[in-house]
Ligand binder design. Structure first.
Ligand SMILES: [Zn+2]
Length: 451
């Protein structure tokens, strides 16, 4: 090979390298938008971390985001970013970077932070636009007619139903496109519907759509509505696809009772990194405050938590494989309301193909929701808080059927004997438990329908 040819090739290579370097600025690969009742969040997927600058301008009111040394690799017009207070989106070049202008239809307080890559996404820039105080996620149904009473104003029992994760935080991922955040929202909606339909109860969804709520924000919402109970609903994933089983959790006083509990708690809790640097440090302060408060008022709500958890656990055990034959304990942040009894239900492993298939089916979601709602109602029927409509209903004996009757199958039982003993028809008993044949197993918990 002649010297000239070598030099030519070298020069060519040099040109290629230098032109690649000239274009080596960061790329904005995608922008996602999540709309919550009290904020809208934009998430920019980046090829690398960026320098950015955020400021507001008036007349008309708009928010400007300058991202330095960056190219826009996506057509903003096609992303449907005009949601909530965002009335319009314009983009342009600014020096060597991208300028994004958001036209606003309402006052917002903007906040931005960057996130490091995780197993789902790469580098991200998050832009949060708080739209101020909004009512908690809409009540599930219309206010109910109040029952006649002799005791003056009676209140409803309030249950906060919390679907884990949401928005930028998908939670556990299953085969196909199964995501924990979607599965648990469906189950949570059904739980809330079932509880809300019961006289004397009001259920509120902590999150009613696909957006993120910080772990602290979840317990705050429960407190804001004066919840008598907080129920957090999740689904699990493990590297080992064979892992399976539902589980019910309460907060542990001192550390988790199992390795699984420690691991699960750290996984569920780490979701809050998505809340940004600010909320993480807040979370730390909360820990200190919580540990003080915990000692003071934890005992009472802990025993209620355990009682509800036990009922829900037994109900789910009636049709699903359980991870453990008892209620487990771990240090979940969402369970740390010292004054509100709280439980967390892991409805199964969506990393397990069989459980994923069940959890994504509407009938199984409903069955799971029924087990949770019935456990909750049975608990409050047993121990209704004072001055509640349920306490009055129980006292007056007005609604015998309010408490779901259940029966745990003992050795030697047959379905027809159970039916006779409980004064219901065999057919109604089958229907209430979604049984096709007459096969039951020892320890199975059956619903006894109102006769
Ligand atoms: Zn979860």
């Amino acid at each position: 090979m002649g010297l000239v040819r070598i030099l030519t090739r070298f020069a060519l290579l040099l040109m290629l390298v230098s032109s690649a370097l000239a274009q080596a600025s960061t790329n904005i690969e995608n922008i996602r938008v999540w709309l919550a009742p009290d904020n809208v969040r934009l998430v920019f997927d980046l090829s690398a971390p960026v320098d950015h600058n955020l400021f507001m301008l008036d007349n008309p009111r708009r928010l400007v985001l300058d991202v330095k040394d960056t190219r826009l690799g996506v057509d903003v017009a096609k992303l449907g970013l005009t949601k909530g207070p965002i009335a319009g989106v314009r983009t342009g070049r600014r020096d060597e970077g991208v300028r994004l202008v958001l036209d606003l239809s309402a006052d917002v307080s903007p906040k931005s932070f960057q996130l490091k890559p995780n197993d789902q996404y790469g580098h991200r820039l998050v832009l949060d636009l708080e739209t101020g105080e909004q009512p908690v996620a809409a009540a599930v149904s219309q206010p109910k007619a109040s029952a006649p009473s002799t005791l003056g104003p009676l209140r409803d029992i309030v249950v906060a139903v919390d679907a884990g994760h949401g928005g930028e935080d998908p939670g556990a991922l299953g085969p196909g496109r199964i995501r924990e955040k979607n599965v648990v929202l469906e189950i949570a909606k059904e739980v809330a519907r079932l509880i809300d339909a019961e006289p004397g109860y009001r259920a509120e969804l902590v999150r009613s759509g696909d957006y993120y709520v910080s772990l602290r924000g979840r317990t705050l919402k429960a407190r804001k509505i004066n919840a008598d109970l907080f129920v957090s609903i999740h689904a699990d994933a493990a590297r080992d696809k064979r892992a399976r089983g539902a589980s019910v959790w309460v907060l542990s006083g001192r550390g988790a009772t199992s390795e699984m509990g420690r691991w699960l708690a750290s996984k569920e809790n780490s979701a809050d990194l998505i809340g940004g640097v600010g909320s993480v440090s807040l979370e730390d302060k909360d820990e200190v405050l919580a540990s003080v408060l915990l000692d003071m008022s934890m005992t009472a709500s802990q025993s209620s938590s355990r009682e509800v958890a036990k009922r829900v656990h037994d109900n789910i055990a009636g049709f699903a494989r359980m991870h453990k034959p008892y209620v487990e304990q771990a240090g979940f942040v969402v369970l740390k309301s010292p004054d509100i009894p709280s439980i967390l239900v892991e409805t199964g492993f969506i990393s397990n193909p069989q459980e994923a298939e069940k959890l994504s089916s509407s009938s199984y979601q409903k069955q799971m929701a029924r087990a949770i709602a019935q456990g909750v109602k049975a608990h409050f029927w047993e121990r209704p808080p004072a001055m509640t409509r349920v306490a009055e209903l129980k006292r007056s004996g007005a609604v015998i059927a309010a408490a779901e009757r259940t029966y745990k199958v003992a050795p030697g039982d047959t379905l027809s004997v159970i039916a006779v003993r409980n004064g219901v028809s065999l057919d109604d008993l089958r229907k209430a438990n979604e049984l096709r044949g007459d096969r039951i197993r020892v320890g199975q918990v059956l619903r006894i329908p109102a006769s």
